[in-house]
Design a binder for this molecule. Structure first.
Ligand code: PLP
Length: 370
């Protein structure tokens, strides 16, 4: 048996006719950029996230950049970012001319906590980006309390957390703004690049809407009072997202089922899971485990037909563009980069596929309780 790391084609089984219809109607209406499919999706995504506004944009990286620009973050500012994230989080900070200030994460969750964020706050700090890595949410109460005490806006990087909750509240409803990616491999993915920024602040939404559309004034096609960019959601992508959004909760439930099986299987073995906090319902974008001989384990699993991934083996502060950025000690992050491994995770994994992964993972990992 072979179990791929991800099976995107299988995810779309059964959706073919609905997706074909969606594409055909967008083509007939030539609603290619903006238009009714985009506004429908924007409304539905705001509702899904328990938020007031959604702005559809070109991709998740732009979503973070547009949120930062909308909040007035720019040159001379520092933004607190964890270093164990996809490079896009730090990249977006640099693209507005601000400086990422890298901080470490909690050793059990690998997510930000209030102490690690506090260690990175300086008099230049202008915002905090909280990444819901792997689909898990950190202790949002203490992070928001810390941010409020310093009068700093929080931006959620929710690119891996569509539908995740913390104490019953949806990812995307905590920060001043939240960025989502609909890259095809995310929990909710388009048929290409797409993203969104979610907020409860109407004025921020209006500013971001203008920035993403060439700095255009709300009601004047020819006036561009601010310097903007072009990052808009395509009608075709919005139509695909409208079809796939109906499946998101059941897909997340499928991921949860797989995650529970993995958690049970690794208990008492040399493989460690990544903890979720009480009160968190993860979106389980990735199933990340940790093992001291990660590379050997990865090869053994590959030989046994199990595909795996690495998220992420090189932290942002060790990437060339960010080598000079300010940072606190990053011991937890650097350690995790060497021992983490992402197991196959997709909603429609069969029981036999999960059994295969578990059997070979436990066998290849060897050893007793680690
Ligand atoms: C995917 C991802 C992004 C970037 O999204 P794109 O749509 O690829 O630009 C940003 N942050 C995190 C944590 C991601 O996983």
């Amino acid at each position: 048996m072979r179990v791929p790391f991800y099976d995107l084609a299988g995810l779309h089984d059964g959706l073919g006719p609905a997706l074909d219809d969606a594409w055909r109607s967008v083509t007939e209406q030539t609603a290619f950029v903006g238009g009714s499919y985009v506004s429908t999706f924007e409304r539905r995504w705001a509702d899904y996230c328990d938020a007031q506004f959604t702005l559809g944009v070109g991709n998740g990286t732009d979503a973070i950049e547009i949120a930062l620009r909308g909040l007035g973050v720019g040159p001379g500012d520092e933004v607190i970012v964890q270093s164990n994230t996809f490079v896009a989080t730090a990249e977006a900070v640099a693209s507005v001319g601000a400086i990422p200030h890298f901080v470490d994460v909690d050793p059990d969750t690998l997510l930000l906590d209030a102490d690690s964020v506090a260690a990175g706050i300086t008099n230049r700090t202008a915002a905090i980006i909280v990444v819901h890595l792997y689909g898990h949410l950190p202790d949002m109460d203490s992070l928001i309390a810390l941010a409020d005490a310093h009068d700093l806006p929080v931006i959620e990087d929710a690119a891996q957390a569509h539908g995740a909750t913390y104490r019953g509240r949806k990812a995307g409803s905590f920060g001043a703004a939240a960025a989502f990616s609909f890259y095809p491999g995310k929990n909710l993915g388009a048929f290409g690049d797409a993203g969104a920024v979610v907020t409860d602040d109407g004025e921020l939404d209006a500013r971001m809407r203008s920035i993403a559309n060439h700095g255009r004034a709300a009601r004047s096609k020819y006036e561009h009072p601010t310097l903007g960019m072009n990052s808009r959601l395509d009608g075709l992508q919005a139509a695909v997202l409208n079809v796939k959004l109906d499946q998101l909760d059941s897909w997340n439930e499928g991921r949860r089922r797989v995650a529970r099986r993995y958690d049970d299987a690794v208990a008492g073995t040399a493989v460690r899971g990544t903890a979720t906090l009480p009160g968190v319902e993860s979106a389980h974008h990735l199933a990340v485990v940790r093992h001291p001989e990660r590379d050997r384990l990865r090869e053994d699993l590959a030989a046994r037909g199990v595909g795996t991934g690495l998220h992420y083996p090189v932290p942002c502060h060790l990437q060339a563009p960010f080598a000079e950025c300010p940072r606190t000690a990053l011991d937890v992050c650097e350690r995790a980069a060497t021992d983490l491994l992402s197991l196959p995770m997709f909603p429609h994994m069969t029981s036999a596929q999960v059994d295969h992964v578990v059997e070979h993972l436990v066998d290849a990992a060897g050893g007793g309780a680690g």
